[in-house]
Design a protein around this ligand. Sequence first.
Ligand code: GLV
Ligand code: MN
Ligand code: MN
Length: 415
Amino acid sequence: MGEELRIDTVRLLRSLNELGKIGMRDGYKGVTRLALSEEDGKARDLLVQWMEEEDLAVTVDPIGNIFGVREGTSSTLKPVLMGSHIDTVIDAGIYDGAYGVLGALEVVRRLNEEGIETRHPLGVAAFTNEEGVRFQPDMMGSLVKCGGYPLEKAYERKDDDGVTVKDALKNIGFLGKGKIDPEAYFELHVEQGPVLQRKGIEIGVVEGVQGIAWWRVAIHGQANHAGTTPLDLRKDPMAAVADLYSGMLDYVTSKGNAVCTIGKLRLEPGAINVVPSLADFTFDYRSYDDATFNEGKAEMEVRLDDAAKRRGLTYVKERTADFQPVHFRREMVALVEASAHKRAYTTQRLPSGAGHDAQFMHIVCPTAMIFVPSKNGVSHSPCEKTEAADLERGANVLMDCALVKAGVRSPKSST
Ligand code: GLV
Ligand code: MN
Ligand code: MN
C-alpha cells in the first residue's frame, strides 16, 4: 500500500513557501525567525491553524514544544511523532527544520485525504529553539523534554537583551502545560552538507549525530592607542582570540574528524584605532568520534587559558552546550533504509554534522532521521535549496516509516 501512496509535493512546497515568508525582512535574502521572537510566534500560529484544519489535537508543553496529534484506532496506544523545528538562524533558507515539520503535516494531510487510519495516533511535532541562536543551549525544547536540562534553568536563560525564555514564551502565548509520551520519533531533514548531492544519492540514512560543544567567552584586556602602543605593552584580547582560533583550526585539521567555528565576535569599544578592551565571542566545536570530541573540548580550554595568560589577560568562559555524539538504534536506521529501498530510492548511511532534535528524542523513544540532498551542500544560508523531487522522496519515506511504526489500517481493511 505504502508504495503507491505519494505525498503531494505541490502542496508541500506551497506550505514551505508560505511559512518561509514569515521572517523575510526587507533588504535580506533569507528568513530570520529566531526562537520565540514575534516572527516565530506568527509561524507557530500558522502551524497550529494548519494542524487544526486537519483535525489534529494540539498540545503545547511547558517549554513551548507544539504537538498536533491525529487519533489512532486504539485510544490506549502512544503516538508516533514526526517533526523538527520552525525557528531559524539569521538570514536562513526555508528548508532547515520547516521541511521536517511540514513534511510531517503533509503526511497527515495525505492520510486524511485517503481516509487511512493507524492503530497508534500520529503526531506532528515542532520543537522550541532548535537553533540556539537567540537562547543557548540549542535543541532546547527536545533537550528539556528528554530530561537533559531542567525546565526552570531553561526558563531563566536570557538573550542578549536580557529577555528570558519564560518571558519570551509568555509573550508569544506558547507557555503550555501539556505532555506527550511518544512511541517513536522520525525527523525528516535536508542534509545541510555535500555528501548526498556529490554522490548522486537520493536518501540519506542517518546513523547518528556528531557531538557538539559550545562556549561563550569574554576575554578582558585594556583599551589603548593603536598607533602608539608597542606590541609588547598591549593587553589585546583580539590577539588572544586569533591565537586560539588558529591553534584550534590546526588541531581539527590534524585530527581530520572534527570542526570548529567562531561565528560571533564582538569587540569593545570597537574602533579602528583602538586596541580593544574586550573580545566577547562564541566557540563551536564538533566531532562524531567520542575520543576526539572529548579531547578537543579539553584542547580548546587549555589553548584559551594559554592564549589569555601569555598576554596578561583575564577571561570568563561558559560552556553553553555539551552534547556527546549520538548513535541511533540499529533497527530504526534499518527501517529508514528498508523503506527507501522499497521505493527503489538510492541510499547512503551517514552521520549528521548538524544538531537535531532527534538526538534528544532518541533518549525518550526509538528515533530515526531521513536526509535528502542539499544543493551544493549549503545551509544556514539564504542559498539553501533542495529540489522538489528530493523533497517528495524524503517525505514518502517519512510516511512509510511512520505507517510501519503506527500500524496502518486502510478503510477497506478489517484488521
Ligand atoms: C543546528 O542547526 C546546528 O547544528 O547548529
Ligand atoms: Mn535543523
Ligand atoms: Mn539549523
